[in-house]
Design a protein around this ligand. Structure first.
Ligand SMILES: CC(C)(COP(=O)(O)OP(=O)(O)OC[C@H]1O[C@@H](n2cnc3c(N)ncnc32)[C@H](O)[C@@H]1OP(=O)(O)O)[C@@H](O)C(=O)NCCC(=O)NCCSC=O
Length: 577
């Protein structure tokens, strides 16, 4: 139903009117977009107020980057574009990192920004927050549009929605100059100008020949491996994927955000035998996973000596052969492809040789057994494993809870230690390894799913979005933030030998992040041992109250750059020292 803005007052010509504000709201509602992640300001403050009055959930953040990360992950969780609304120039730029992040990670998101007047911007006459936002956004997103006339708002949103979710999803920019909001037109014409997007992300059915080719290659393998990426988790084809993996009997390796698509404790899971399966496998089927840096580009030392054959399932044809030859490309949406695999497999499928699956199981058991005692230590201050052992058990007890995870060591170790049991429950730094996603993703996860959220944060990573603990308290969200506080980046023990300044990688010693939460009415806990941490997290999960636990980690614990060592080159001079 159209929101009537006002009625024209000229006697005898009375007609219902609408305006740009109302048309934006109606376009969103018509397309089932019920949440906006926003930071108010000129020229969109009233848009937020009116949207809230019209029944849209408008969540106001303290910084646009966090609102943007929230919108991106909302898109990932729901397959509908997450909408982030910002003011012009600086607010727009603050949202842009999140838009680029969404595009890189294939999350459907729309950044909607108010902007200044075209006539003045194009002549560079110094308008308030003057900036050619459309031109700046273009290279950082999948598509960018600007709407100049109120009657085009419907089309503008339709284009943005379709671009965000169809094919490979991504970020879209929609530029709304301030003048647009006040443009008035008849309600009837406004209603007719709106567009309901039908079948925004049409199924892309793979060709039967590509399906057959892929299965023939997989079937022929003595040492096959399936790698599941976050594209597979995004597809929400959970049953089909589970059936396919189980029917094939092929070991699977989940990428970080695909953990839980099938439980990490599943007998076919090769997560704890990662190096072995990458090196030893002979045929690798990638489902919604890209051969980027996270998979060492499909070549080199991590992949071992033996020649590999790659089969790849992706919705984007240009993903094929991006790093190495793909002998069996299957282009289509993951749900359709995996369902075609299931149908084409037939009854006569034989599981891979037991020699291969047993070798993986024994490597996995060996690694798990090596890790187990470390997770049970009760040292105070804690080390990473002692603290993560506690959190591993929390997720086991609350498998519906969503784990948000960022940091360096905190990310790398949590990824291995904390088993996931359900799809799309692990949300982390994604393809860029970006720090700062924490509170934005935690807030959107709590709002979009209604499940409790456990955000496991390095102390450095938390700093990028820490002010949003106020947002968590304001909306009273069931989020428990655990900060692994070792006084610095990687470690808290670095010393600057040159002058009195602190070393570049250390923070205030003994900082009490829990006090930040208390400042806004949430629950703050300082936990110095695994027992204290366990009590505090369990209490938070039970109560659902906003909680921040300052988990005191030994400042000497942790190592440089986690596990991305070879991406951190040292200079020749440094090496000589
Ligand atoms: C590229 C990567 C996927 C590669 O990681 P790897 O260390 O090779 O693999 P991981 O999966 O982390 O596993 C490490 C090892 O733990 C083993 N492993 C995994 N799970 C388990 C369990 N449950 N128990 C025991 N052992 C386990 C696994 O087999 C590996 O051992 P082996 O099999 O023996 O090898 C990762 O580095 C990554 O995602 N990096 C992103 C980092 C990032 O974004 N950082 C943000 C920047 S921080 C700011 O500076």
């Amino acid at each position: 139903m159209l929101n009537t803005a006002t009625k024209s007052e000229a006697p005898g010509t009375e007609q219902e009117l609408t305006d740009g504000f109302h048309l934006v709201i109606d376009a969103l509602k018509l397309n089932g977009i019920n949440t906006i992640y926003n930071v108010p300001g000129i020229p969109i403050t009233d848009l937020g107020r009116m949207a809230q009055a019209a029944g849209i959930r408008v969540i106001s953040f303290r910084h646009e980057q966090n609102a943007g990360y929230a919108a991106g992950i909302a898109g990932y969780l729901t397959k509908k574009p997450g909408v982030c609304l910002t003011v012009s120039a600086p607010g727009f730029l603050n949202g842009l990192t999140a838009l680029a992040h969404a595009t890189t990670n294939c999350y459907p998101m729309i950044l909607v920004s108010g902007s200044s007047e075209r006539e003045i911007v194009d002549l560079q006459q110094g308008d308030y927050e003057e900036m050619d936002q459309l031109a700046i956004a273009k290279p950082l997103c999948k598509a960018a549009y600007r709407v100049l006339h109120a009657q085009d708002i419907g089309i503008g949103f339709a284009r943005a929605i379709r671009a965000a979710v169809s094919g490979r999803p991504g970020g879209v920019y929609l530029d709304l100059p301030a003048k647009l909001f006040g443009q008035v037109m008849s309600a009837d014409a406004g209603r007719k100008s709106l567009v309901k997007v039908i079948d925004a992300a049409p199924a892309q059915i793979p060709s039967p020949a590509s399906v057959k080719r892929a299965l023939d290659v997989l079937k022929s393998a003595k040492r096959p491996l399936i790698i599941l990426g976050k594209g597979a988790a995004y597809a929400q084809a959970d049953e089909e994927i589970k059936n396919f993996v189980e029917k094939s009997g092929v070991p699977f390796l989940p990428m970080s955000m695909a953990k839980g698509l099938l439980p990490d404790t599943h007998p076919q899971c090769a997560g704890a035998a990662r190096s072995t399966v990458l090196k030893e496998s002979e045929v690798v089927l990638l489902i919604g996973a890209r051969l980027n840096w996270l998979l060492s580009h499909g070549k080199g030392k991590s992949w071992g000596e033996a020649p590999k054959k790659f089969i790849q399932v992706d919705i984007e044809p240009r993903e094929m052969d991006s790093n190495v030859e793909i002998v069996a490309p299957v282009v289509g949406d993951i749900g359709s492809v995996v369902s075609a695999f299931n149908q084409a497999m037939g009854a006569g499928w034989t599981a891979p040789p037991a020699e291969w699956t047993k070798a993986i199981s024994s490597k996995r058991e060996e690694n798990v057994a090596k890790m187990a005692p470390k997770l049970m230590n009760n040292k105070s201050p804690m080390d990473y494993h002692g603290a993560l052992g506690v959190l591993k058990n929390v997720i086991k007890e609350y498998p519906e809870a969503i784990l948000v995870n960022e940091g360096a060591n905190t990310l790398d170790l949590a990824r291995g230690v904390i088993d996931m049991y359900r799809p799309r429950k692990r949300l982390d730094v994604g393809t860029w390894g970006v720090m700062g996603i924490g509170m934005g993703q935690a807030i959107a996860a709590a709002l979009e799913t209604g499940h409790p959220v456990l955000a496991v944060e390095g102390d450095s990573a938390f700093g990028f979005s820490g002010m949003e603990v106020e947002t968590i308290c304001r909306y009273n969200l069931p989020i428990c933030v655990v900060i692994f506080n070792n006084d610095g980046i990687y470690r808290g023990t670095d010393v600057n030998g040159a002058n009195a300044d602190p070393a570049t990688t250390v923070f205030v010693k003994g900082a009490r992040y829990d006090k930040m939460m208390e400042a806004f009415g949430g629950i703050g806990v300082n936990a110095t041992s695994p027992d204290e941490l366990k009590r505090a997290v369990n209490e938070a999960m039970k109560s659902g109250k906003p909680t921040l636990i300052n988990a005191v980690i030994d400042p000497a614990a942790g190592s440089e750059s986690g596990r991305i060592g070879n991406l951190n080159p040292q200079s020749v001079l440094q090496k000589k020292k």
